[in-house]
Design a protein around this ligand. Structure first.
Ligand code: PRX
Length: 648
């Protein structure tokens, strides 16, 4: 039913938008017909130190593989976010900070203040021996200093690696070690929904497993935390002695800007590496067009800086565009379910960008929480991180946006740096649940998952991208083979996204979700292999298999099948312990929703676990388990069915 509802572009949007339907068609054609001219034009949005003359040099064929954008250009991204605004909008607010609790005083930093804080902190990093190219791990809550830290790294050419402040000490240590960073930036504690998060204690625990020389700690909640002499540095005390002047380092367009770890279908999380010039053009361009952003507007992306959305759309994109970007420390349901909309009213937010999981959680609580707020400042609503189901889409559109605000359902990935497929508010009629059309320069295609041939017209299959775009990741840090293997080997010559998708008769793209062993829990990517590896680390566990299951609020939940060691009793207590164990090993976002004890897992005679069967049982779609005759022991399935929570 829903798929037949289309919301046309409102007349005033068509008339006033930066990009209307005709402009989209023209620009899109230009971007794929003559990429060099198109991107030379878009590159003008950046203040280059040396303007690029070579624009695009890319090839996805593995024997001649290369991705280079603007390769002879030089620039500094922090200067593009700060210095160039000083003359025109130095006293405009760059960052508006809304604390966890509404009664805590808020903060704001003008472009001038943010520039000064960045320069001081950049000098502190240098003072601690950080040099161009060095990796700096950031494990901070949502406070303005997190943005300061990112910009300070960019200013001196250091490569930041932000680790989401909800990850465990082990996960943090693993990421510190992988990128060989010897400095960690953190705070005493984080604060979310009134609950304290022991960030410094987590860093201390991680330091026992990783080689860290320096920890710079921000005092945020004021908690009394251990301080290791010779290693730990008090942020405020140390920056006070630093000069407010720091020349931005001249970086090559292809120099690394940041690493961000993300989960894949196999093995450890991989360090997605983004470079400077192409990422800058991409983040700035997509932020401007997708949100129809104009200087002076108050813009709010509710993502955490620990995810790529926070990188591109809380910090870099908006600041390059001279925006006032709102940074929110808290959560949608604290102190109550009105919190988001009260913040919207408090600052007269015009663009609001969040994940469907938050919307679904709020939708459950009823419309009154929304309706008691005005929200009349809102102009565009954004969705990111996972498919938005039509019910949540309708609620967002009807209740939050009062049927006035276009919804931009932005499909993209950590790997893509910024928006890849999204409607533009003045250009595209909206279909609830469809990410709609490609961004300029993006050439999506749907291929047959079995043989990789490109499917035309209305169809369904695996989503690939045919050619490079400037914001594309350049490598997996320290493992270029893994990069090629993961993204370019499945369908040679094409970038494989890991997502399934459908294209309808009007050319709209509908992302159907991951088709590899990655699950999407509350918009957060989780590799089933990571959860399995955490489970088998427990003494009682012999073997584990993890799959996704449908979940009303989270989108997908985590369903774990566990075979315990000989002689271990499968008690309710052990089940609870295993759930807590994974939470502690990886972090709360990896908490399994279901742990089912299984005396055996369904394996083929060659020992391969048949995940298709496990998925079907987790989804409670057991009428159609397919052919189980190739299993080494088909009776295993009967036990799984009988003991599934759905059977009880
Ligand atoms: O499956 C897609 C889903 O999230 C994956 C990327 O996750 P991550 O790298 O953590 O980046 C999240 C923020 C961009 C994709 O492969 N995804 C993201 N946005 C959407 C989506 N699925 C459907 N619709 C979206 N708008």
């Amino acid at each position: 039913m829903h798929e037949h509802v289309t919301h046309p572009v409102p007349a005033e949007w068509a008339a006033n938008a930066k990009i209307d339907a005709d402009a989209y068609a023209l620009k899109y054609r230009a971007s794929v017909d003559d990429p060099d001219s198109f991107w030379l034009g878009e590159a003008q949005r950046i203040d280059w130190m040396r303007a690029p003359t070579k624009i695009k040099d890319t090839c996805f064929d593995t024997d001649n593989f290369r991705i280079k954008w603007f390769e002879d250009g030089t620039l500094n991204l922090a200067a593009n976010c700060l210095d160039r605004h000083l003359a025109t909008r130095g006293d405009d607010v760059a960052i508006l900070w809304e604390p966890d609790h509404p009664d805590t005083p808020n903060r704001q930093l003008t472009y001038r203040e943010l520039h000064e804080a960045t320069c001081r902190f950049a000098n502190l990093l240098k003072d601690k021996g950080v040099k161009r190219g060095d990796r700096v791990t950031i494990y901070l809550p949502m406070v303005p200093e997190a943005a300061v830290a990112m910009l300070a790294c960019a200013r001196i050419g250091a490569v930041h690696s932000i680790v989401f402040a909800g990850f465990s000490p082990d996960a943090l240590a693993q990421r510190i070690t992988d990128c060989e960073s010897t400095i960690v930036l953190t705070s005493d504690e984080g604060l979310r929904g009134g609950k304290k998060v022991p960030l410094k204690a987590n860093v201390d625990a991680a330091c026992a497993k990783a080689k860290v020389d320096t920890v710079i700690m921000l005092r945020h909640t004021g908690a009394d935390v251990p301080f290791v002499e010779g290693r730990d540095v008090d942020w405020a005390e140390a920056v006070a002695g630093m000069s407010a002047h720091c020349e931005p380092e001249e970086m090559n367009a292809e120099d690394p800007l940041f690493i961000l770890y993300t989960s894949g279908s196999t093995g450890k999380p991989k360090g997605v590496l983004h470079t400077t010039g192409g990422y800058a053009v991409w983040a700035s361009m997509t932020h401007e067009y997708t949100f129809d952003y104009r200087p002076g507007q108050i813009y709010w992306c509710a993502a955490d800086i620990g995810w790529v959305t926070g990188h591109s759309y809380v910090v870099y994109g908006p600041l390059m565009n001279g925006a006032t970007t709102l940074m929110f420390e808290g959560v949608p349901n604290y102190p109550d379910f009105s919190r988001f909309w009260q913040v919207v009213d408090k600052y007269e937010v015009e663009q609001f960008y969040a994940a469907p999981t938050a919307l679904r959680a709020l939708m459950r609580e009823g419309d009154e929480w929304v309706k008691k707020t005005s929200r009349k400042s809102l102009k565009v609503l954004g969705s990111v991180g996972e498919p938005i189901n039509p019910e949540a889409w309708d609620w967002y559109y009807d209740v939050v946006g009062d049927k006035r605000c276009p919804i931009v359902d932005t499909w993209w990935q950590t790997e893509t740096g910024g928006h890849m497929i999204t409607p533009l508010p003045g250009a595209h009629a909206l279909k609830p649940g469809s990410a709609s059309f490609p961004m300029f320069g993006v050439q999506p295609a749907v291929v047959d998952p079995a043989d990789g041939h490109v499917l035309e017209g209305a169809t369904e299959g695996a989503l690939v991208i045919l050619d490079s775009w400037p914001g594309q990741m350049r490598t997996v840090y320290g493992d270029h083979d893994r990069f090629i293997q993961t993204y370019f080997s499945q369908y040679p010559g094409k970038y494989f996204t890991g997502d399934g998708c459908r294209r309808d008769e009007d050319g709209y793209y509908w992302i159907t979700g991951r088709i590899d062993d990655v699950i999407n829990v509350s918009g957060h990517r989780m590799g089933t292999a990571e959860v399995e590896s955490a489970l088998v680390d427990h003494d009682a566990v012999a073997e584990a298999a993890v799959v996704g299951m449908p979940h009303d609020v989270k989108g997908q939940g985590i369903y774990a099948y566990v075979t315990t060691m000989e002689g271990v009793e499968n008690t309710e207590e052990l089940r609870k312990e295993l759930i807590q164990w994974v939470r502690k090993e990886i972090g709360p976002i990896a908490t399994p929703d279901v742990v089912q004890f299984a005396p055996g897992l369904p394996k083929t005679r060659s020992g391969k676990i048949m995940r298709r069967i496990l998925r079907k049982i987790a989804e409670n779609d057991t009428g159609n388990l397919g052919d189980t005759s190739t299993l080494a022991d088909p009776s295993v399935v009967d036990d799984l069915l009988a003991n599934s929570p759905h059977a009880k």
